[in-house]
Design a protein around this ligand. Structure first.
Ligand code: ZN
Length: 187
């Protein structure tokens, strides 16, 4: 029998401020939630991880993006429509006022956790495809995880999932892409 690699689903920045009514809201972002939810409950993944943006009101990125995801605010919270469970491990990024990186691996606890859990393959979903999802995927690949982006469970700001130039860029970075149905069809 083949040894199956251990897989983690990483959900990036699925928070109210990225969905609506803020300066960082992404058009039609709520469309990804049904796919994210069905993936989150799929035993294909050994574990599910949430990465959330979490800033103090003085974070340096607000000069560029406007205030968003302030600790304890409604905008920080995940939407009610998102599947949540106590088994989903949560990591914050953006806590340090002077650090403005997009990748979930900014928080070193994420890498430690994935290594302790002996994860080999990472599947990334969430927001925004061309910013925090991309940066998280680049870092995951750099740390030698087999790295996948599930395109129809992400929404971009400047690219959509059918953008061939963007897909080519991902391929050149060693990042593979697939769709939600590809995973649901596996046994
Ligand atoms: Zn932020």
């Amino acid at each position: 029998m083949a040894i199956l690699s251990q897989k983690a689903l990483i959900r990036v920045d699925i928070q109210n401020d990225f969905l609506a009514n803020s300066s960082v809201a992404i058009a039609r972002a709520q469309e990804i939630i049904p796919n994210v939810n069905v993936l989150s409950c799929n035993p294909f993944f050994k574990l599910v991880v949430d990465i959330r943006d979490c800033h103090k009101p003085t974070h340096k990125s607000f000069a560029k993006w406007g205030p968003h995801c302030i600790e304890g605010s409604y905008g920080y919270q995940p939407p009610n429509s998102l599947y949540l469970s106590n088994n989903i491990k949560l990591f914050h990024k953006g806590i340090d006022d002077n650090v403005d990186t997009l990748s979930g691996f900014e928080n070193p606890e994420l890498l430690s956790y994935l290594l302790v859990e002996e994860i080999q393959s990472i599947y990334i979903v969430g927001l925004a495809l061309d910013f925090c999802v991309l940066s998280t995927a680049i870092d995951a690949s750099k740390y030698n995880f087999a790295t996948y982006i599930i395109l129809d469970a992400c929404k971009g700001i400047n690219v959509n999932m059918d953008n061939l130039a963007f897909q080519k860029k991902l391929t050149s970075l060693g990042i593979k892409t697939l769709k939600t149905a590809d995973i649901l069809s596996l046994k």
